[in-house]
Design a protein around this ligand. Structure first.
Ligand code: ZN
Length: 624
């Protein structure tokens, strides 16, 4: 196991700013005091509660509680083990690492499964790319197909690493097999069919993609994590998915299709004021947009859009233009999409053509380029206008009942928007469109929302957990005492010294991280003095401990009497420690009766001592 030298780790931490690491994943805004804020990558939210302290080198989310340092952040967001995360950061920022002697350098054996599968995908993308460029008849076929059928340029193929899976393709498996990837990685990478239970030999790896155009799918950090493969004339007859126009990689440890948007890694660098995301239906649509200079297009992975994907978009930019096919399936998809987008806090517009002609983004942009986008935008209806038109195309001819039904359907949609300002604006649009008095519509909406919240409350009450919650609370309450004392130690050094001198070690429950850390810090302070924050870093042994400290450091103490709070904490640890003993002694005394048992006297003495201690809890004296 390679072990990175502690000095090297410290050096890395000093040279790399956590802001520069986090900003690759989260759009950060200055929040004053060396702090930055953004939308949390670990839970879904619309208002930022994810904080980064550049000075302290920690992040903390006040929404979901996740916290830690730069290394934790990379571990969590990229799914890496500790050493891998350190190496990834070092590589990115060009900081050399030193390893403890005899532990070796970065080695294949310690790569995680995910890391291996990332590597396999990178190699596979190269392999397919070479086949695309090969001076062979299939190579010529695919380049011709790309340029003549799809009408894309060779440069675009280069830029997006477009490839080709040969109809007979033993070379990919052989190449990977030779590189000694683990059996798990080869089985789980999704590029091969492997019969369950079959011994993994080279022959057992049958390629999933054969005779297809290969589009690499990158995650939002730009790593190839999957492929979409398009059917060609060359797709062999014995391909189990022969009839499928598109075949996608299955879900793997690095690919969750509901959490990924095609081209997001590049589009997110181009969004900004006046440049919203453009959501298109397919990868080739997104490539078409890119090729004409519309760089903010993203596409879901073949299936309908998910909340996770919309949350991902929202993290980078709040506006999205929705560009679906203008056929009825596309319109239905758009109507399903709208409430989800509002719920995610996105501001939506729809790119639709004026006439009833079928509008295919690929074709439109191919023929008319960026000018077509400008025209579509100029006439783009807002979310509510779009919904109104789709639900009731001819309001002038509609009966009052039809209008009322339409209004109810629209309420369903706008109820998803949390901002009351947005709701009011939507309502105004609806009133104009349906030609009904705004006040009447507002009354109906209020009635609708009241009904809805009534039923939601009922559902929540029914789903509420019963008794077990109490036990869990008790447990977390017990732990909270140590965490609280730890918090006081971190923020008020005199208390740290007082506790180090006066809190008996055995009162601390060291079965959880807060207790272990409190115990360790107090012991350090008692025996070796205390060297401040610098010393603290060295005492943190696990990721859980680091995360705990990060989260405690982020909270500021109020102006309460900290010593009084510390005394209450000590008192509660004392009772937790002594009271069970007291009960035990009472039991033993009761069982002895009064027959002059020699143990009885000793038990009575012990009881008296415990009672005395409980009546005189320790009072911390500061600065003595
Ligand atoms: Zn969070």
């Amino acid at each position: 196991m390679p072990v990175i030298k502690a000095s090297s780790l410290r050096d890395l931490k000093n040279r790399v700013n956590i802001h520069d690491i986090v900003v690759r994943v989260v759009a950060l805004k200055k929040a004053g005091g060396g702090r930055f804020k953004g939308l949390c990558p670990f839970h879904s939210e619309k208002t930022p509660s994810f904080n980064v302290s550049a000075d302290k080198g920690f992040f903390k989310c006040f929404g979901c509680g996740k916290a830690g340092d730069a290394i934790n952040f990379v571990m969590e967001t990229e799914g890496l083990a500790f050493t891998e995360a350190v190496e990834a950061i070092a590589q990115r920022f060009g900081v050399p690492l030193e390893y403890e002697e005899g532990t070796g350098g970065p080695s294949r054996e310690t790569r995680s499964l995910r890391q291996e599968i990332f590597e396999i995908h990178d190699l596979a993308a190269d392999h397919y790319r070479q086949a695309f460029l090969a001076a062979t008849p299939p190579g010529e076929f695919i380049r011709d197909y790309w340029v003549r059928n799809r009408r894309f340029t060779p440069e675009l193929a280069e830029e997006f690493r477009i490839g080709f899976a040969p109809p007979e393709d033993g070379a990919l498996a052989a190449g990977l097999y030779k590189r000694k990837f683990s059996e798990d990685a080869l089985r789980q990478c999704g590029l091969f069919y492997v019969r369950d239970g079959a011994v993994l030999t080279l022959g057992a790896l049958r390629p999933r993609f054969r005779g297809r155009l290969m589009i690499p799918i990158r995650d939002h950090q730009g790593r190839v994590v999957a492929f979409t493969a398009r059917q060609l004339e060359l797709t062999p007859a014995d391909d189990p998915a022969r009839e499928a126009k598109y075949v996608n990689s299955p879900e793997t440890p690095i690919f969750t299709k509901s959490q990924l948007l095609f081209n997001l890694d590049r589009a997110r660098a181009h969004v900004g004021e006046g440049h919203p995301f453009v959501l298109v239906e397919g990868q080739l649509d997104a490539l078409r947009c890119w090729s004409v200079g519309l760089r903010t297009a993203v596409a879901p992975q073949g299936t309908s859009i998910t909340d996770g994907q919309l949350g991902l978009l929202r993290r980078y930019h709040p506006q999205v233009e929705c560009f679906f096919d203008s056929d009825s399936a596309g319109q239905k998809a758009a109507l399903r999409f709208l409430p989800m987008a509002l719920k995610a806090g996105l501001e939506v517009r729809f790119l639709v053509a004026a006439g009833a002609t079928k509008l295919d983004p690929d074709l439109l942009f191919l023929e008319r380029g960026l000018a077509a986008y400008a025209e579509l935008r100029a006439g783009a209806p807002t979310a509510m206008q779009f919904a109104c038109r789709s639900l009731l195309p001819d309001p002038a001819a509609a009966s009052p009942e039809q209008k009322s039904r339409t209004a109810q359907a629209l309420f369903e949609i706008l109820a998803q928007a949390e901002s009351s300002v947005a709701r009011a604006a939507f309502l105004a649009e609806i009133a104009v469109y349906l030609r009904v008095p705004p006040a009447a519509l507002e009354r109906d909406l209020r009635a609708f929302l009241a009904r809805q919240s009534g039923s939601r409350y009922g559902a929540a009450a029914a789903a509420a957990p019963a008794a077990p919650a109490a036990a869990a609370n008790g447990d977390s309450h017990a732990r909270a005492t140590e965490a609280h004392l730890l918090f006081l130690c971190l923020h008020h050094e005199p208390l740290l010294h007082a506790l180090a001198a006066q809190l008996p070690h055995e009162w601390i429950d060291a079965t959880h991280a807060a207790g272990r850390l409190l115990d360790r810090i107090l012991a350090e302070a008692a025996h070796n003095g205390w060297s401040g924050r610098e010393g603290l870093d060295q005492l943190l042994e696990t990721e859980e401990e680091k995360s705990l400290v990060a989260s405690l450091l982020f909270e500021a103490p109020g102006d309460e009497d900290l010593t009084k709070i510390a005394n209450e904490g000590v008192r509660s640890l004392q009772r937790r420690f002594l009271e069970p003993q007291q009960r035990q002694i009472e039991l033993e005394i009761a069982s002895k009766g009064t027959n002059g048992d020699p143990d009885l006297l000793s038990l009575l003495k012990q009881r008296a001592e415990i009672t005395r201690q409980l009546l005189n809890p320790p009072k911390l004296s500061l600065g003595s």
